[in-house]
Write a protein that binds this ligand. Structure first.
Ligand code: GNR
Ligand code: NI
Length: 170
């Protein structure tokens, strides 16, 4: 079990485009397990490798109330977006800020699982939001990018200030 440090906005490393996983190996599975440990500890309902400064197309998700239903998506590909929904989103890389973001209501996802086996699924509601949020991370995108520049800059200033205060308190 290993907890990984999570990058925070506006860290430029969060803007990296992640590379596809060519082969799911024991090292991939170790990273998946560390991502799950880090997500549950946070706690969060999703986490991308990008957020822990590993630029491979891997995300983990668990939107269950009991946090006992991990979903692993390696090289996820989204298709067939239908409808729209808007929910308050948060992000472990943008701590303490929550804003409504427009997303598709339903999507299809093709991916590899933890064993490297291809599978497909359909998702809707909160799970669909979380998958879209995590896949955005793999493309260097954050939920704050959907907000007005005014709101985004306000969040950037407040987080930078918090960071300075934390540094000064040490
Ligand atoms: O923990 C998280 N909660 C959340 C709430 C609404 C929409 C998306 C999310 S994902 C977030 C964890 C995270 O930052 N994943 O990248
Ligand atoms: Ni996030």
């Amino acid at each position: 079990m290993a907890l990984l440090p999570i990058l925070e906005f506006p860290d430029p490393r969060l803007r990296t485009t992640a590379q596809p996983v060519e082969r799911v190996t024991s090292a991939t599975r170790k990273l998946v397990d560390d991502l799950l440990d880090t997500m549950y500890e946070a706690p969060g309902i999703g986490l991308s490798a990008t957020q822990v400064d590993v630029h491979q197309r891997i995300v983990v998700i668990d939107v269950s109330a009991t946090q006992d239903a991990p979903l692993v998506l390696i090289n996820p590909q989204l298709s067939a977006p239908e409808g729209t929904q808007e929910r308050e989103e948060g992000c472990l890389s943008v701590p303490t800020f929550y804003e409504a973001v427009p997303r598709a209501e339903r999507i299809r996802v093709a991916a590899l699982d933890r064993d490297g086996k291809p599978f497909e699924m359909q998702a809707q509601a909160l799970l669909a939001v979380c998958i879209q949020h995590e896949c955005d991370h793999l493309d260097g995108k954050l939920f704050v990018d959907y907000l007005s520049s005014l709101k985004r800059e306000r969040i950037r200033r407040r987080l930078s200030k918090l960071r300075r205060q934390e540094a000064a308190a040490r």
